[in-house]
Design a protein around this ligand. Sequence first.
Ligand SMILES: CC(=O)SCCNC(=O)CCNC(=O)[C@H](O)C(C)(C)COP(=O)(O)OP(=O)(O)OC[C@H]1O[C@@H](n2cnc3c(N)ncnc32)[C@H](O)[C@@H]1OP(=O)(O)O
Ligand SMILES: CC(C)C(=O)C(=O)O
Ligand SMILES: [Mg+2]
Length: 569
Amino acid sequence: MSQVQTSRFNHKKYQSFQQSMPALKMENRQWPSNSITQAPQWCAVDLRDGNQALIEPMSVAQKQKMWNLMVKMGFKHIEVGFPSASQPDFDFVRWLIEENQIPEDVTIQVLTQARDELIERTYQSLAGAERAIVHVYNSTSPVQREKVFGLDKQGIIDIAVRGAKKVQDEAKKYPMTTWTFEYSPESFSSTETDFAIEVCNAVINVWQPSADNKTIINLPATVECAGPNVFADQVETFCKGVNQRENIIISIHTHNDRGCAVAAAEMAILAGADRIEGTLMGNGERTGNMDLITMAMNLYSQGIDPEIDLSIADEVVATVEECTQIKTHPRHPWFGELVYTAFSGSHQDAIKKCLSVQRDDQQWDVAYLPIDPRDLGRDYQSVIRVNSQSGKGGVAYIMETGFGINLPRWMQIELSRAVQEYSVRHSCEVDNETIYKIFQQQFVQANQNFEQQYQVLGYEVHKQGEQESIQASICDGSVHGETQTIHGQGKGVISALSDGLHKTLGIDFQVQHFDQIALSKGTNSQAMAFVQIKINNRKYMGVSEHQDIMTATINSVLAAINAYIDAVQ
Ligand SMILES: CC(=O)SCCNC(=O)CCNC(=O)[C@H](O)C(C)(C)COP(=O)(O)OP(=O)(O)OC[C@H]1O[C@@H](n2cnc3c(N)ncnc32)[C@H](O)[C@@H]1OP(=O)(O)O
Ligand SMILES: CC(C)C(=O)C(=O)O
Ligand SMILES: [Mg+2]
């Protein structure tokens, strides 16, 4: 048994990245001390890298939808396809050009292998474009050299140089277009960095970039095989070793095999890169491309302008889902449905307290909410949701924001206990309406629907100095609505009332808590009174709402007494 397991799941099958690749000698490593202060140039590659990873590649209509979204968001470089690969890819590029779909500040980019016939077809697809980036690639890593191409290093350099020349020669046939060239040493991160530099320098030598016509060198982690710090070392070493650095835009294209594509891209920026390729929500080969949304939101949340519009989160999610037919994880960084929702009691408590003192003109500083969800078009309604893990803070927040009822602290505890019991009993989340219903049923109406109930019919209150006296007529449900009149005195209405009730009904109770609030919404009543009384060491609650605050007050006490009578019947 254990042998089977060992052979099926045997870590000795693999070697560490350090064993497979000579370690970089990094003296005076800079990137750990750097920080990101501005957005990189973005390039969205959903329509190419994202598309090639889909079970069903996008139709032209879906590509158009995705394109419109990316333009709306403000992407200036958009890789629109691999036009030599298929007719839909070719047709989509033609549609963009022939239908004048490309705004003046947007440049389309297309990918091709370094093969003559594919490069020719690529240029045919671009005929008539005002400007375009032609992106050519070939693989440079040992496994690709040895097992896929069967070539030595020089053979790989030859493919790159031949491809670069062909790209340059074809461009000359279309002089009306402003061309930018991009080269990717595919599998850069699994390539010896000095060799990647050698290949790229050979390409740069062909293209001879200048300050006015820079070349893009794109460094892909085609498969993420090492930690993001290793990648940052590679990028910093590359930036130091590449020729004509000042005329080169260093672009980064990371994949997410180890779950660190965003981290690797961010560290690559620290290491000197200028440009980031990725996809919306991280769709792409295997575990996906670097997620542009996550990286851009990471910047935004640090006070850096991401230079793309992220405020339309729900539209982004809906469009990406529609075009890729891939659902968004509810906990997807920043844009997931649940990422601004707290279920747990202590988080809810902290959020409620912080939100209550957060002002619009202040820097955002709310525990458990790294950004203001309203920035993404989300409201505060879904920030707090209640289940069996929730506490009084969450329930109180919902009662206050949803129903305008600012519960006193002791009532928050009572209601939250009732809500938790409900959640455990039904094994479910408790929605806002149900919380309100529990409150109504257990505290407001609970003591109004049985025969023994007392209710106030009318009252008079007189104040003399500190003393108050009350005369109230109350209806006694237990004797078919017979009316009784009570008289009481005390310091304040509550104590006058308890004096009167004691004398008339013979019920002795102590008031533990009494609160009254003005109601703001969701009801015609203007006031709500809450009371907790103690009789024979047991507590009873009463809540009453009424347009008249005094009626609400008297009825809340009577409701608590009704609860007592009900309990001892
Ligand atoms: C990491 C990435 O994402 S790279 C982009 C990958 N994307 C895609 O492949 C999607 C679109 N591609 C396609 O539809 C097809 O690959 C096509 C139509 C472009 C080409 O198809 P085919 O002509 O059948 O070739 P195929 O893609 O299988 O490539 C294999 C051949 O091209 C060579 N080749 C592969 N990549 C490259 C390259 N970048 N430059 C030069 N030659 C290359 C291989 O060595 C192999 O050569 P061989 O036939 O002599 O053995
Ligand atoms: C073609 C290149 C840029 C690529 O997609 C990759 O290496 O992942
Ligand atoms: Mg890729």
